[in-house]
Write a protein that binds this ligand. Structure first.
Ligand code: AMP
Ligand code: GLY
Length: 422
């Protein structure tokens, strides 16, 4: 089967490497991909949001299957456009991708169907939001409705910060039209867990749980980023928490989307917080997480392509999703200055032994050399019998990867190790 994978990050590289293990897999084309993936896929310079060009490419190049991974093309209807041309896809249609595309939609869905989440109010008028804040408790969380490159969430410690957040989102349009509507919600506490689950609208089959590290610096200091590293499994996601999530969150979410006439087919990402009152949904994503995928897929023992096809065909119930008992750690190597400003264009050097465990994100090929080309440059993953060994192995590999201005956190997995010893 010839496959297109839409997207260009480390997550897409992880998906591509896993797909390649399948005997059903033919040539993979990455649209647009990045130079670091060139050994694994044919990179085609078409932007992930150029839906018309993607559909045209698929039709004129004998593509059998499309895997749409990033949020924006999914929300924009990339799957709908490809299906209209007769191309089978992995990923939700736009009417289901709205579960990530609109926080007002997802919060109202959870309220309507009794799915546990933070208490909230929605606003489409700044003055009404400011009035509401007068009597609200702090800390409090302000969220822009639409996609905002993962940055549309502000945790306000006091009323002044909350008022500033409302004004910056709704009046100054810090996140553009994403801020026409906002959600103001209760601040929850507890450890966070990411669960990526396959669903075809008939059943939900989760993969291994994971833990992201979103802050730029050690000890969860510094700015929020796209993710500086991940470990799996997440020790806070015990068997009993998993059972509770299945009964109260995963199945009810699938059923709710079906009832709304918005059947979700693809990978549904549950961002969960294990609060003193039990697990609650922080957010839904309509896709694989980045960099969660870089630890979750290496622990998937079943054939990814077979699972994806089963999701597409509605036969997931009969398809095994087998998860390894091992642990994984991914350390992200970024350009110094990320997530604000940074230099790029430096040569990336790594020997072949380490290279096979790298998922490239911000890299490009120029004159036969691989150069840095973004904030998050790459992730290096290790799988081992214990989390401790996986972490140690990833850091050992990171030391062997060289590029000017490289930086990475030194405490990925530390909290998970401590939790595991509690
Ligand atoms: P999101 O983009 O919705 O994942 O939010 C980004 C991060 O903000 C989450 O991973 C949480 O750490 C934090 N967050 C979001 N909503 C809440 C909440 N209601 N209470 C506490 N923290 C939150
Ligand atoms: N790692 C969080 C996300 O993919 O949105």
């Amino acid at each position: 089967m010839n496959i297109i994978v839409i997207g260009s990050g480390g997550r897409e590289h992880a998906v591509i490497k896993k797909l390649k293990e399948s005997p059903l897999c033919g040539t993979i084309y990455a649209l647009p991909g990045n130079g670091g993936m060139a050994d694994d896929a044919v990179c085609v310079p078409i932007k992930a949001t150029d839906i018309e060009a993607i559909a045209e490419y698929a039709v004129s190049n004998n593509i059998d299957y499309a895997v749409v991974t990033p949020d924006d093309p999914l929300v924009l209807g990339c799957v709908d456009a490809l299906e209209a041309k007769g191309i089978k896809c992995f990923g939700p249609r736009a009417n289901a991708a709205i579960i990530e595309g609109s926080k007002v939609f997802s919060k109202n869905l959870m309220k309507k169907y009794g799915i546990p989440t933070a208490a909230y109010e929605t606003f489409d008028n700044a003055q009404a939001a400011l009035d509401y804040l007068e009597s609200a408790k702090t800390p409090i969380v302000i969220k822009a409705d639409g996609l905002a490159l993962g940055k549309g969430v502000i945790i306000a410690q006091n009323k002044e910060e909350a008022r500033e957040a409302v004004i910056s989102i709704m009046e100054d349009k810090k996140f553009g039209a994403s801020g026409n509507h906002i959600v103001i919600e209760e601040f929850m506490t507890g450890p966070e867990v990411s669960v990526l689950a396959f669903t075809d609208g008939k059943c939900v089959k989760p993969m291994v749980s994971s833990m992201d590290h979103k802050r730029a610096l050690d000890n969860d200091e510094g700015l929020n980023t796209g993710g500086m590293g991940t470990v799996a499994p997440n020790p806070y996601y015990t068997k009993s928490v998993a059972n509770e999530c299945m009964d109260k969150i995963f199945i009810p979410t699938m059923n709710a989307m079906n009832t709304e006439g918005r059947t979700f087919k693809g990978c549904l990402y549950f961002g969960l917080m294990i609060t003193p009152d039990g697990p609650k949904v922080v957010e839904y994503n309509c896709r694989f997480g980045d960099p969660e995928t870089q630890v979750v897929l290496p622990l998937l023992e079943s054939d990814l392509l077979e699972i994806m096809l089963a999701v597409t065909n509605g036969t997931l119930t009969d398809t095994e999703v087998k998860i390894s008992e091992k642990s994984a750690c991914c350390v992200i190597m970024a350009s110094e200055g990320y997530p604000v400003s940074y230099e790029k264009g430096f040569e990336i050097e790594a020997d072949d032994e380490v290279k096979k465990d790298i998922y490239f994100a911000g890299a490009k090929l120029a004159g036969g050399k691989l150069l840095t080309d973004g904030g998050r440059v790459l992730g290096v993953t290790s799988v081992a019998d214990t989390l401790e060994e996986a972490i140690a192995a990833s850091y050992k590999k990171a030391e062997k990867i060289r590029f000017s201005n490289a930086f990475y956190r030194h405490d990925i997995g530390k909290r998970a190790l401590e939790a595991g010893k509690e």
